[in-house]
Design a protein around this ligand. Structure first.
Ligand SMILES: Cc1cc2nc3c(=O)[nH]c(=O)nc-3n(C[C@H](O)[C@H](O)[C@H](O)COP(=O)(O)OP(=O)(O)OC[C@H]3O[C@@H](n4cnc5c(N)ncnc54)[C@H](O)[C@@H]3O)c2cc1C
Length: 363
């Protein structure tokens, strides 16, 4: 069978596109290099809006799901708490969450092949040839590029950006057990964000269900290993990482953010969604919601028979990268930016609206 659509990548973007398209009756083939459940570095907070887009009812979701209604932001050693009167987001575990979404796409009728890496994508005049690592080739009318950073579909369609910057991250997720976690922090389930002193990134300490997730990400400046060592020393110092607690090894991931040129997000033969399209939020790195939302937009355009429309829809929804706050920031002295960032973290109204509800999509 020749699929109507071939999806490369089975993260939240790819599985959502496959689910929506298969549900509407299209023949969908999804290829992912990994075998699920697979590890995806991620703090694992997911917005209410993303869950609503996914039609996932939190109390019916069968895996770890930690609602939270407050967040702590630590700046210069002082903690600032923001609380809402209702749940603003949830903590999930990506290995569980992504597997759940992928299996759901398969149940909707998508053919899912795990452990199948796409090694070449060739745009032809009216179709696209996709070659898998097992040598199999597919000639399809339309490809959804959902392979995250380094997606082969994005590369094949010449989506190169000269002005990229690289965010480097380190993260560890460990099943610690609820009782033990409650002994470590009085605020189980409340994410804590810890601003880096130069405001080029932040660390996090997030307990959710049985799991502890600790990580850090930053754009340039001090090497990430040094930032991580400082974060861990702080957490050990205040008792939240006692000596006897063995964390899963930290893993690193580096990804590009696209600050200048608008990316080509699609035409008649391809669409790029999620991280493959560089849609994670610039300041916070929140990317599950944008991956899901872009996948739905892409699926809608495909189902309407006008895949090329997706590029415009996505630009309207996510803003054109060149118009962002980040572009403005390149023309502002760094010391001024640091002052602004400190204010956004410490002033209650700014922290709530600008940082947490704005940049992180909570609320
Ligand atoms: C340290 C860290 C913490 C983060 N924390 C959060 C958070 O708390 N909340 C949040 O919303 N976002 C967070 N993000 C961002 C979020 O993880 C991503 O934006 C999100 O996973 C994007 O989903 P996606 O489906 O586009 O790509 P991915 O989830 O990366 O999925 C891509 C899939 O494509 C597959 N693939 C790749 N190449 C190929 C190939 N050649 N052939 C076949 N398959 C391939 C991969 O195996 C993978 O399964 C974080 C990111 C990092 C790095």
């Amino acid at each position: 069978m020749t699929p109507d659509v071939l999806v490369v990548g089975g993260g939240p973007g790819g599985s959502t596109a496959a689910w929506r398209l298969a549900r509407a009756g299209l023949r969908v083939l999804l290829l992912d290099a990994a075998t699920f459940p697979r590890v995806k570095l991620c703090a694992g907070w997911v917005t209410r809006r993303a869950l609503a887009d996914l039609e996932v009812e939190p109390h019916a979701y069968p895996h770890t799901i930690q609602p939270f209604a407050s967040v702590t932001v630590a700046v210069d050693g002082r903690e600032h708490e923001t609380a809402w009167n209702q749940t603003v987001s949830y903590g999930i575990v990506r290995a569980e969450f992504d597997t759940f979404l992928l299996r759901r796409a398969a149940r909707a009728g998508a053919e899912v092949r795990e452990g199948t890496r796409v090694r070449a994508v060739r745009p032809e005049r009216t179709e696209v040839t996709v070659e898998a690592n097992d040598g199999e080739r597919f000639a399809v009318p339309l490809v959804v590029g959902a392979g995250g950073h380094g997606c082969p579909v994005a590369r094949a369609f010449g989506d190169v950006d000269a002005e990229e910057q690289v965010v480097v991250t380190q993260e560890s997720e460990t099943r610690v057990g609820l009782e033990r976690l409650r002994g470590l922090t009085a605020r189980h389930g409340t994410p804590e964000l810890i601003a880096e002193p130069d405001f080029r990134g932040y660390g996090w300490y997030f307990t959710k269900g049985d799991f502890l997730n600790v990580g850090i990400g930053a754009l340039g400046g001090l090497p990430i290993r040094e930032r991580l060592a400082r974060l861990l020393a702080r957490l050990r110092g205040d008792g939240r990482l006692p000596a006897g607690l063995a964390l899963a090894p930290f893993r690193g991931h580096a990804y590009r953010v696209h600050r200048d040129r608008p990316r080509r997000l699609g035409d008649e033969r391809f669409v790029l969604v999620g991280d493959a399209a560089g849609l994670a939020r610039d300041v916070s790195g929140e990317g599950i919601g944008p991956a899901v939302r872009s996948a739905l937009l892409a699926a809608d355009a495909i189902l309407a028979g006008r895949p090329a429309r997706y590029a415009e829809d996505a630009a309207r929804t996510f803003g054109r990268p060149e118009r962002g706050l980040s572009r403005l920031s390149r023309h502002i002295p760094e010391s001024f930016l640091v002052t602004l960032a400190r204010l956004a973290c410490t002033r209650p109204g700014l922290r709530r609206r600008l940082l947490l509800e704005g940049a992180f999509g909570m609320g």
